[in-house]
Write a protein that binds this ligand. Structure first.
Ligand SMILES: [Zn+2]
Length: 408
């Protein structure tokens, strides 16, 4: 069931397909008309899980602790000698690991090459690899080991619907992975050129728009889109190359508890958008304000040194970002990540983009979170809360002082 394809050839058992399950103890039916169209289907918000056995078959990016340590060093040596699972795709020929085994099988599905549309997001045929020009910056691919099924044979879908217990459902959607054309270790922002980073954002944006257009063509609506980066193994990054992922949920059954909180909060603000008006604690929590973006430490951190960022323009989605906003974002992220490295903040970090789902007529100001890795305790799992030790305005001061030398 690689690439999210379920057909008569590969279907074996109803429990080998990706499943979505809403937790009955934290799931509520959406009754408001604000968030999305009101179709026939019941829609929910709450806690849900994607359960996908194929995720366990992903290739491991790091084979040894020593190998992983090398990546932490961020010396330029690492740029040339390393072959990863994506090398065969970017180089257009099978690459081999140290044991002489081919890495991958020479097939892929490319949704966008930089911003250029390639394979249809609902294409059923992985194709042979081909050399990607050196000048390209990024590729957005269909994730080979997804949490959602993209294409399902109609007979199998019917059978699954009949056989699965009613509280489980076949999970449908598109999982994208965007990689840099050339190899850059994700933990080393000092080695990553700004145009490689903005290339990734541009390719993600073009791929999201392509997927949504094609999904709407297939009568999907009310679509949550979740772009994110897992930078480093401790925060879920299984591959050493700089890459992002995007989850496009096509189940048309609602959204998660946290997004519900954001949607309700923006609804309550009405015309007085908090992000358009706040001074972020009389500016003492602001780390960097550019023409296009504001970066600050949130007053209610999820981890110590939790940074939040938003475009100064009131837009609702990642896919509405314009070229100058994207280029500025790449530059700002690069220097902020370097400033965090300089004061020894854990290099394992997530970047999470919060957007209004497609089809929702909701008020929303798109924003993102940078969350450095930290071990959390049980209380944080008991509630949507965090016991932090670092005062956010002091964290901001430390980062600001560290950042100063990178500001022209
Ligand atoms: Zn706003």
């Amino acid at each position: 069931m690689e690439w999210g394809i379920i057909n008569k050839e590969n279907f074996k058992d109803i429990y080998e397909i990706p499943i979505k399950r809403w937790d009955p103890l934290s799931t509520v039916k959406i009754t408001s008309e604000d968030f999305g169209l009101r179709g026939e289907r019941p829609r929910y918000y709450g806690h849900y899980s994607y359960i996908s056995p194929i995720r366990g078959q992903r290739p491991k990016g790091f084979k040894t602790i020593e190998e992983e340590k090398e990546f932490f060093d961020c010396s330029t040596e690492i740029l040339t000698k390393y072959h990863d699972v994506f090398s065969s795709i970017t180089e257009g020929k099978l690459m081999y690991d140290e044991g002489g085994m081919p890495i991958g099988d020479g097939h892929t599905m490319i949704i966008t090459q930089d911003e250029i549309r390639r394979d249809n997001p609902f294409s059923e045929k992985p194709h042979q690899i081909e050399k990607i020009p050196d000048a390209n910056k990024a590729l957005t691919l269909i994730n080979r080991y997804p949490s959602m099924a993209r294409i399902v044979d109609p007979d199998i879908e019917k059978e699954v619907r009949e056989k699965l217990p009613p509280h489980l459902k076949l999970s449908k959607g598109i999982n994208l992975v965007t990689i840099s054309r050339h190899f850059y270790p994700s933990l080393c922002f000092n080695l990553i050129p700004e145009d490689a980073l903005s290339g990734i954002f541009l390719s993600m944006k073009a791929a999201i728009l392509y997927c949504i257009e094609e999904a709407i063509e297939k009568d999907y609506y009310d679509i949550p889109v979740m772009p994110f980066f897992n930078i480093g193994r401790k925060v879920g990054g299984s591959q050493p190359r700089l890459h992002s992922q995007t989850y496009i949920d096509l189940n048309m059954d609602g959204h998660g508890l946290r997004l519900e909180g954001y949607l309700e909060a923006f609804k309550e603000m009405g015309e007085n958008c908090h992000l358009c008006q706040t001074t972020h604690g009389n500016t003492d929590r602001i780390i960097l304000k550019t023409e296009f973006w504001t970066f600050y430490t949130t007053g209610s951190p999820v981890r110590n040194y939790h940074i939040r960022l938003h475009p100064n323009e009131h837009i609702r989605r990642f896919s509405q970002l314009k070229i100058n906003q994207i280029e500025d974002l790449a530059h700002s992220l690069k220097i902020i990540f370097q400033a965090l490295d300089d004061i020894n903040i854990d290099k394992n970090r997530n970047i999470l983009f919060n957007s209004c789902p497609f089809g929702y007529d909701a008020k929303f100001h798109m924003f993102a979170d940078i969350i450095p890795h930290e071990t959390i305790g049980g209380l944080e799992l008991l509630e949507d809360m965090r016991v932090a030790r670092k005062l956010p305005h002091i964290a901001a001061k430390e980062i600001r002082e560290s950042l100063e030398k990178y500001l022209k």
